[in-house]
Design a protein around this ligand. Structure first.
Ligand SMILES: NC(=O)c1ccc[n+]([C@@H]2O[C@H](COP(=O)([O-])OP(=O)(O)OC[C@H]3O[C@@H](n4cnc5c(N)ncnc54)[C@H](OP(=O)(O)O)[C@@H]3O)[C@@H](O)[C@H]2O)c1
Length: 266
């Protein structure tokens, strides 16, 4: 089934895990009007080989962008490349997917220090904050661009312009008593709770520009981060996330949803 997503779509952390599967399914399931920008730290490195293979499989559909979310100069350079490449269409969807979880789970308090906290915040919070801020003119451009397929009126949607922040159920303050014993991961939990607030603030800020902002929990997924005990494959998680993204509307802006579209309490 074709996805109701089109235009220029940027995915960060695109060389493995959920990000790689997002690029794969977006390349496979979107129509001619969609182009996927796959951002990763080391496009020429061994860890990007599968991504490079995908590009060969989908000629003209995917462009790789060098981007390290922990370095502002790298973000700035990537934004300039995107500005030139996306042209008048701007950027329709930004998926802030790249993230780290340090120290390795279960990461109790005793083994967690300030360095872990700062590193995780830099990648998981400051990175998406700066990237989204710098990309705002491109998102605004997409939101204003007339499109035959655009939702009517001033409805917010991913087909108009949107920022999707990949969060986690571990970010939920309300769910913490249920989830804490699974993995303490203080830096990761607090960084994603901050990402949720970033989502909420940007949703308010960008509403007038016609840009939707939402956070999505992908489920517990079999990736390097999720581990092999996770119940969900990357394929099922991403299929769910993309279906949810296809149907997001004004009522969802500023919300935290899971990959099946259910709302998660803050
Ligand atoms: N897997 C789960 O069960 C699960 C559950 C809830 C939420 N999530 C969220 O889902 C998203 C994807 O997770 P995943 O499971 O796919 O993780 P993953 O397998 O560990 O992949 C993480 C991705 O982020 C990239 N990345 C890390 N630091 C970066 C930086 N400074 N700049 C650019 N890219 C960077 C990695 O690139 P390198 O190869 O260069 O390191 C990699 O592509 C994350 O936001 C995560 O918090 C995952």
């Amino acid at each position: 089934m074709a996805l109701r997503l089109d235009g220029n779509i940027l995915v960060t952390g695109a060389n493995r895990g959920i990000g790689l599967e997002l690029v794969k399914q977006l390349a496979e399931k979107t129509g001619k009007g969609a182009h996927v920008y796959a951002a990763c730290r080391d496009p020429q490195g061994d860890r990007s080989q599968v991504l490079r293979n995908l590009i060969t499989l989908h000629p003209g559909k995917i462009t790789v962008i060098q981007l390290d979310m922990a370095h502002e100069d790298s973000i700035s350079a990537a934004v300039e490349v995107l500005r030139q490449k996306t042209g008048a269409g701007g950027l329709k969807v930004l998926i802030n997917n790249a993230a780290i979880n340090k120290p390795d789970p279960p990461a109790p308090l005793s083994v967690t220090g300030k360095k872990d906290m700062m590193e995780v915040y830099e990648t998981n919070v400051a990175g998406p904050f700066i990237l989204t801020k710098m990309l705002l003119p491109l998102l605004q451009r997409a939101a204003k661009t007339p499109s035959a397929d655009k939702d009517h009126g001033d409805e917010l949607s991913c087909r108009r312009s949107a920022v999707i922040n990949v969060s986690t159920i571990f970010s939920s303050v309300e769910k913490c008593p249920e989830t804490f014993t699974l993995a303490q991961v203080y830096p990761y939990r607090t960084s994603k709770a901050a990402l949720n607030m970033l989502t909420r603030c940007q949703a308010e800020d960008f509403k007038a520009d016609g840009i939707l902002v939402a956070a999505i929990h992908p489920g517990w997924v079999q990736t390097d981060m999720g581990g092999d005990q996770a119940p969900l494959s990357t394929q099922d998680s991403v299929l769910g996330m993309l279906n949810v993204m296809s149907t997001l509307s004004s009522k969802d802006t500023g919300m935290l949803l899971d990959w099946e579209g259910s709302r998660i309490p803050w």
